[in-house]
Design a protein around this ligand. Structure first.
Ligand SMILES: [Zn+2]
Length: 139
């Protein structure tokens, strides 16, 4: 009888330990998957208008035109306009109608130079309330 209970207890402990090991293994796998996903997501997050946020893949080339707080098809050089270019993992302000073109002088945001820029992962056009942020794992 005594033996039997001890055996049961041992068996239960082994089961508990097994469950704990499985749990830890699962947690590690989940962490790795999440980390990998974060590391591979490279995108540009553009904020404009009254709190609008748009995200674009850093490696899909495109031109984004924002005029007076909304995305439009064509640049006309009128109103508060910003022309953002995304190409090959880099983004920059190609044109802007803001007074001093400071956003155009901020250069390109790139995965490998993001930490060396004075403004870090940002290009900001303060007069127009337009910003570009690089989001993703550094290289
Ligand atoms: Zn500007």
């Amino acid at each position: 009888m005594q033996n039997n209970t001890t055996e049961k207890r041992v068996r239960r402990n082994v089961l508990l330990m097994g469950a704990a090991v499985l749990f830890v293994a699962l947690a590690v796998v989940i962490c790795l998957v999440l980390k990998d996903r974060q590391g591979s997501a490279k995108l540009f997050r553009i904020r404009f208008g009254s709190g609008t946020v748009a995200e674009y893949d850093a490696y899909e080339s495109r031109t984004i035109v924002i005029r007076d707080g909304v995305i439009v098809d064509q640049a006309t050089g009128e109103g508060e306009e910003n022309v953002i270019r995304i190409e090959n993992g880099a983004a920059w302000m190609e044109k802007a109608t803001c007074p001093h073109h400071e956003c155009m002088e901020q250069g390109a945001l790139r995965a490998d130079t993001v930490l060396k820029r004075p403004l870090g992962a940002w290009i900001i056009c303060a007069p127009h309330g337009v910003s570009i942020e690089y989001v993703g794992g550094g290289e």
